[in-house]
Design a protein. Sequence first.
Lengths: 327, 341
Amino acid sequence: MEFFRYISKRILQVIPLLIIVSIISFFIIRLSPVDPLAELRLNPSISQETLDKEMKRLNLDKPIYIQYISWAKSFIKGDLGYTSAGEKVSVKLKERIPNTLLLTVIVIFMTWAVGLPLGILAAVHKETAFDRMLTVISSIGMAIPSFFFAILLLIFAVKTGWFPVGGLTSWNFSEMSFGGKILDISKHLVLPVIVLFTISLSGLQRQMRANMLEVLDSDYVKFARAKGLSEGKVLFKHALRNAINPMITLLGFEFAGLLSGAALTEYVFQYPGLGRLILEAVMKSDINLVMASLMMGTIMLILGNLIADILLMITDPRVRGGANGSD
Amino acid sequence: MEVIKKIFRDKFARTAFIILFLLYLIILFADFIAPYSNTYSNRDMAYAPPSKIYTINECGKISWPYTYNYVREYNPVLMQTVFKQDRSQKYYIKPFKNGHLFGVEEGGQVYLLGTDINGRDVFSRLLFGGRISMTVGFLALLVVFPIGLLYGGISGYFGGIVDTLMMRFAEAVMAIPSFYLLIILAAILPSGMTSVQRFALIVIILALIGWAGFARVVRGMVLSIKNEEFVQAEKTMGASNLRIILRHILPQTTSYVIIAMTLSVPSYILAESGLSFLGLGIQQPDASWGNMLKEAQEFTNILYRPWLLTPGVLIFIAVLSFNILGDAIRDILDPKSQKRI
């Protein structure tokens, strides 16, 4: 029961957060001198009817707080308006969000699968050549700008021709068999995944190493060793379980970093994700689309943090007991 | 001073420190070191490859360094312009020419790292671009830190409803994916600003993204410091709240602030370059390492004109050096991490 009470409390906390975020983003965007319907008006294929509907939805002739309320109302109802090209924003988002999620989820799984063992190994073999080598590699991984790395990989892809360049699917995607489709998507995913993987792996590996070193230095690990437990038991039963908890909290932040890093990577690889969508929308000053994708990015981030918190509750009994400590 | 001594004891930190020192020295004297001015452009020589500098002449003897000019030719078979060396005329490198560190004889051209689409010398622009890319981070920090310190200080010190409200707001700012917020803020900047105005606004935008996370950590530290005896003593002596926060609590966070500063400079450098790379940051004709890389977005450029990628290498070197230096400073100032080493 305790479990569900904590989760529902945590979910309720999300609501005021979302409201504040929406107010901030709404006012930022309205600060700009751009007329939100200018692009729609210029597009000859948009009917006067649609324009009137948008005018009514956004209440542009009313004071700004009424504009916000009417925007928020329509957002909750799922009506996100039209893009400057006349498509429905919600359709566009539905098409892009899964792509970004696919990319980030793959990257998170890969970084955890590789980063945690590497971090543990580096901590256990502290100060050896292996540890130093990992430190050097992770420094390099953290310093290389994501878009520059993406460009370098593009050169590689163009020169070798091993990987398709850009997009998520080939032109003849619709004709492929199911297996062929999966293979095609995976081939397109390789390069963006490599970029994001390299960049987030470094931070994760370092953090895991630091946590592990701290835990290995603690009294209970010394005690476990002193009572003669095997090294494997000490590491995996005593040290690891404590070292991994802070990593779960980091998961939420990692997700945030990935969303941001993905925007540039998606741009370079022409990957049809949320990051590139918002970038294109910003460049075309397509206000409806910008606003909606900003909110969607935020919701994804908040949900990521929520999942991390729930996971932490499962693994860390202290969180369950003290429910909401003072941060 | 103790810190600097310790930095010099560590091999990596020393190298990083020296590299950064040299980089800043070079961009400080960019006007002198760069062979061409900020506004130089030779439209006939777009995308010229790097000039080759020879120190051994055709007779196999050591000679004063010289170079050949490139001439542009159209190759009808390949259907593209190619650059060929014009071997008929040697141009000797001349030190201290026209108030620059080096130059070349009248009529000659020396492009150490080739030229870009407008025929501008990439080497010179790298130096001028470094001025922007390497300072933007520090300037943003100058905005972030007072805001973050004061915000976190007030929030943690007063606690209660003030704390709750202030922290919810900071969390909301942190909940927006930072790069999304960054491009939106950059995009709503009105066009037609002078380059100085634009630079200042970009600094402020970068700061608007970074303050919240910093304020949160400061608040956490203040929460634990405010219960210490010296704060209680100040209170009984009747010091004002603001005075206690500014004079007694915040100075306790100094070592964290220094660590956070060195460790966050790279993220600002990366953010600026990303923004300029997309065309939302520093605008042409001003150079920044990010907007110079914009040209690398074209396939033909990255395949046939690799010298246009040099800004990326410099960003990499600068960020790497800051990271190494930041790690070293953290190990020195933070007694907890020292134990781990």
